[in-house]
Design a protein around this ligand. Structure first.
Ligand code: HEM
Length: 295
C-alpha cells in the first residue's frame, strides 16, 4: 500500500491530538487527586515529561522553592521527572510540624533515582531503603547501638582527637599560606567518621557541647538542619560532638585571615545546592599559628 502525503499528515495530526488530550486529562486528574483520591495541594503547572524541572532552574534550589512557595503556598505540589512522582514541599514551621509530628510515617519514604537502583544501593543502604523495610530498621538499630550510643561515642573519643590533631598539624604545615578550608575539613571529617565506625579505643566519656538556646534536634520546626521524625539524621549525636570540637580546635590553634587583604564584608558567602548546600565560591583563608599547645 502506498501512503500518500495527505495520509502521513493525517496520521501526525491524529497522534498530536491524542497526545494533547491525554496530557490535558492526566493533568486534570493529577491536579485534583492523589492516588488515594484525596485532593493534592496547589503547585506550578507541570509540563509533559519534564514536569516542573524548568520551575527549579537556577543555581539555588532553596531560593527557587521559596519563590514558588510565595506564589503557591507553604504546602505545594511539584511534579518531578517522567515517572510522575508528585513531591509535596512544605515551607513553613507550621507545615513542617504538621508533616513531621502528625504524618511522619507516611512521609518517611524516599523517591529512589534509577541510577541508585541500578547500583544496587536501593535495597542495601539506610539512606534509600523505605522506612517500613525491616533492613532499614535493623541498620538504624546497629548505628544507634554501636556507633552513636553514648558508650560507642565515648570509646571512639581517642580516634576523634587523633583526627582533629591530624587536621591541626596539616594546617600548621601550611601556616601563612592560603588554604581551601572546606577541602582540608572534608578529608579530616572522612577520617573522623570512619574512625568512629571502626574505633576500638576505650577512654572516658566526653560531654557533648550544647549550643545554648537553639534546638537543632528536630523539635523546633523553625530550625531542622538534621531533619526530624523517624528519618532524622542518625549521625546527629556524632555531629553534635564533632562540629564544636573541630571549630574550637581551629580557633584555638590559629588566627584566620582572608587572603590578599580581602575585607570580611566583601567575602562572597553565596550558596550553591549540590547534594547539600555548599558555598558557591569555596572559602579560602590563611591560618596563622597562635598557640603551640596540643588540642
Ligand atoms: C553537621 C552534620 C550533619 C548534618 C547537618 C546532617 C543532616 C542530615 C539530614 C538533613 C538528613 C535527612 C533527614 C531526612 O531525610 O529527614 C540526614 C540523613 C542521614 N544522615 Fe546526616 N547529617 C550530618 C552528619 C551525619 C553523620 C556524621 C553521619 C554518619 C555518621 C550521617 C548519616 C546520615 C544517614 C545515614 C542519613 C540517612 C538516614 C535515613 O534515611 O534513614 N549524617 N542527615
Amino acid at each position: 500500500m502506498k501512503i500518500t502525503e495527505r495520509g502521513v499528515w493525517l496520521l501526525w495530526a491524529t497522534l498530536a491530538v491524542v497526545s494533547l488530550l491525554y496530557y490535558l486529562t492526566s493533568l486534570g486528574r493529577r491536579r485534583r487527586c492523589s492516588g488515594s483520591g484525596r485532593p493534592l495541594p496547589p503547585g506550578p503547572r507541570p509540563l509533559p515529561i519534564i514536569g516542573n524541572a524548568l520551575d527549579l532552574r537556577g543555581a539555588n534550589l532553596q531560593h527557587a522553592l521559596a519563590r514558588l512557595a510565595r506564589a503557591h503556598g507553604d504546602v505545594m505540589r511539584l511534579q518531578l521527572g517522567p515517572s510522575g512522582a508528585a513531591v509535596v514541599v512544605v515551607s513553613s514551621p507550621a507545615a513542617a510540624r504538621e508533616a513531621f509530628a502528625r504524618h511522619d510515617r507516611r512521609h518517611a519514604a524516599r523517591v529512589v533515582p534509577d541510577a541508585v537502583r541500578a547500583l544496587g544501593w536501593a535495597d542495601r543502604s539506610m539512606i534509600w531503603l523505605p522506612s517500613s523495610d525491616p533492613r532499614w530498621k535493623a541498620l538504624r538499630g546497629v548505628v544507634a547501638a554501636h556507633v552513636v550510643s553514648p558508650r560507642s561515642l565515648a570509646s571512639a573519643r581517642g580516634a576523634r582527637e587523633r583526627a582533629v590533631r591530624g587536621l591541626v598539624a596539616h594546617l600548621r604545615g601550611r601556616a601563612g599560606r592560603e588554604v581551601e578550608v572546606g577541602r582540608a575539613l572534608y578529608a579530616a571529617m572522612l577520617n573522623l567518621v570512619s574512625s568512629s565506625f571502626f574505633s576500638v579505643d576505650l577512654v572516658d566519656m566526653d560531654s557533648g557541647a550544647e549550643a545554648a538556646g537553639v534546638d537543632f534536634k528536630g523539635k523546633d520546626y523553625e530550625f531542622i538542619p538534621f531533619g526530624s521524625g523517624r528519618r532524622q539524621c542518625p549521625g546527629l549525636p556524632l555531629a553534635e560532638l564533632v562540629v564544636p570540637h573541630v571549630l574550637a580546635a581551629l580557633l584555638h590553634a590559629f588566627e584566620w585571615r582572608l587572603p590578599d587583604g580581602v575585607p570580611a564584608e566583601q567575602l562572597d558567602v553565596s550558596e550553591r545546592f549540590t547534594t547539600a548546600n555548599v558555598m558557591a565560591v569555596p572559602l579560602k583563608a590563611v591560618p596563622i599559628v597562635i598557640t603551640k599547645s596540643q588540642v
